[in-house]
Design a protein around this ligand. Sequence first.
Ligand code: URA
Length: 201
Amino acid sequence: MEKFDNNQELGVNKDCEKVNFSSLDELRQAVLNLDFHLKKTARHTVFSDGDPNSDVMIIGEAPGQDEDEQGKPFVGQSGKLLNAILSSVGLRRNEVYISNIVFWRPPGNRTPSAEEIAFCMPYVEQHIKLAHPKVILLLGGVAVKSILNTSESISRLRGYCNTYLNIPVIATFHPAYLLRSPCQKALAFRDFILLKKTLSA
Ligand code: URA
């Protein structure tokens, strides 16, 4: 990995010249030690939840209020819906590994900025490499655009398999969007079926 190009005004990482973390614990500690402006307004750094040895890694956008309070991703209303969709395809939440693109709640749950995403991305890449899942499931536009480095909409990218670091990637709607637009749940369900099929391929 190249030396991180972090904006001094946004925050600095004391470990920014470190190229590789040898374990998830080491990476988690480095993320906890980051100095970043979002950390000043957040209660917790939200790193991950679930089974780090899982074949499935799920990546969302950024913690919301409940996640910030509890220090775990997807524990609020979106998390409840995620758990329900997982269970509808025979996957339990504790069998998957869950994280986000951004490790801190943006104030007021706003969408993370391009700079905030760029700051976190080297750690997200390391996170994926260390977790080395068999399949990645991306929830929502921010995760999809950040990982697949595209400006294509989620509606165009969902429904089939992409790849990242040679790992199959499935994109689907964010559960928060599904809560607002329940008629899209059928399409999301198809994406979770595709996830299951890709897992057993
Ligand atoms: N939305 C996300 O993208 N991530 C969470 O952890 C919670 C809500």
